[in-house]
Write a protein that binds this ligand. Structure first.
Ligand code: GLY
Length: 384
């Protein structure tokens, strides 16, 4: 795709995304869906865990910042406020997903300290998950369990620590990242979904999975969370050890992507076997990794790596804006991106639209457009 075509397609995809979110809030006011069923946002069905509210509200903030529309600002504030009580939620490890995509843009937009207090409280609540013996923030499963996904939430601790000059909170965040790097990220840059520990002694027992194929496989979304998350914690901390992990994740990602640049749900899936356990794509993992690679291109010290990250991110987005993935030519489909996966073993949201896929797709399109559009055109979106 040449650059002009790319900009046209990406902008068209963003317009479509706005339309789909607009329809969703008109049809289902004050409702935070997580995945579709046959392309329609589901009102019934298991959540497994309640972690995705920040993605819908986060898209509203992104649309507001891109368009300066008052309607999107009002919606973004309203939907963010519906999530405010979650700052005290001790049942999930996902407070970064919820608050960094809502109260952070709100605070950045207004400078209102009351919004910042919510962010800081959410960071402190998340820190209560810290397991001293094992040195990690535990997953919602229990004190013995460490998830790779938490790498996307721990930036909230770095943020809260910086805002309050809290060295102990920052040390907690760094310790979590080091434990994750040691036990969940393999030498070749691939990742396990879960680490299981003895909660009394903190001894590491084994790698395991809930959403991937096997304990020793590489669940595609888990690798995307790691790549993006370690890049973000390097951005917050400046510690090169975290940049090295993100680069190792990126190496694995780039060398294992299929030819069409959209990952299968697990890098170890048997592609001769049928979906859902075999050749099933996960477009949401592609959208997350595209944003993560784009971020990493701006962080790495190697020009060669930066080029490879940008080239791969664009190739992935080029594939995702095709109507094979973008629901633009699929009448009645309520989501933006098709062929996402939530939880294969539980048969939740398999080959459907999933709310984090929508958010990270919008984010990656906005970031890339801001960087690649001709310099004499006003930016249509924030750079981050
Ligand atoms: N549990 C977070 C995810 O599905 O990626």
């Amino acid at each position: 795709m040449n650059e002009e075509d790319r900009l046209t397609h990406y902008r068209q995809a963003l317009d479509f995304a706005q339309q789909q979110v607009e329809r969703l809030v008109e049809r289902h006011p004050d409702y935070f869906p997580i995945y579709t069923v046959d392309g329609r946002w589901a009102h019934k069905g298991e959540l497994w865990t309640d972690w995705t509210g920040g993605f819908l509200a986060g898209m509203m903030w992104r649309f507001h910042r891109a368009t300066a529309s008052d309607t999107w600002r009002k919606r973004a504030e309203h939907y963010s406020q519906l999530l405010e009580h979650r700052q005290h939620d001790r049942n999930v490890h996902d407070l970064g997903f919820i608050f960094l995509n809502t109260y952070l843009p709100w605070y950045e937009h207004t400078g209102d300290e009351a919004r910042n207090s919510v962010l800081v409280q959410a960071g402190r609540t998340l820190a209560m998950r810290f397991q001293q013996p094992g040195q990690y923030l535990c997953s919602f499963i229990g004190p013995h369990s460490l998830f790779i996904d938490i790498m996307m939430n721990v930036p909230l601790l770095f943020y809260a620590a910086a805002q309050t000059d809290d060295a102990a909170l920052r040390a907690t965040a760094e310790a979590h990242c080091r434990t994750t790097a040691r036990y969940l990220v393999r030498d070749d840059g691939s990742t396990a979904h879960e680490g299981v520990f003895d909660p009394e002694t903190g001894r590491f027992l084994r790698q395991d999975t809930h959403q991937g194929l096997r304990p020793d496989s590489t669940w595609a979304r888990g690798l995307a969370w790691s790549l993006y998350g370690f890049g973000t914690v390097y951005r917050y901390s400046g510690l090169p050890e975290f940049l090295e992990v993100a680069e190792r994740n990126a190496d694995f990602w780039i060398t294992h992507l299929p030819e069409d640049r959209v990952p299968y749900w697990d890098f170890d899936a048997d592609l001769d076997a049928p979906p859902p356990w075999g050749a099933q794509k996960d477009s949401s993992a592609g959208a997350i990794a595209a944003g993560g690679l784009w971020q990493l291109a701006g962080l790495t010290r190697s020009a060669e790596r930066a080029l490879a990250y940008r080239t791969t991110a664009l190739a992935m987005l080029d594939a995702l804006v095709d109507p094979e993935y973008l629901a633009i030519d699929t009448p009645g489909w309520e989501g933006i991106l098709k062929h996402g996966v939530y939880h294969t073993a539980k048969n939740l949201g398999v080959d459907e639209s999933v709310m984090w896929g929508e958010y990270f797709f919008v984010e990656a399109l906005q970031r890339t457009i801001a960087d690649i559009q001709p310099r004499n055109q006003p930016s249509a979106s924030p750079a981050h």
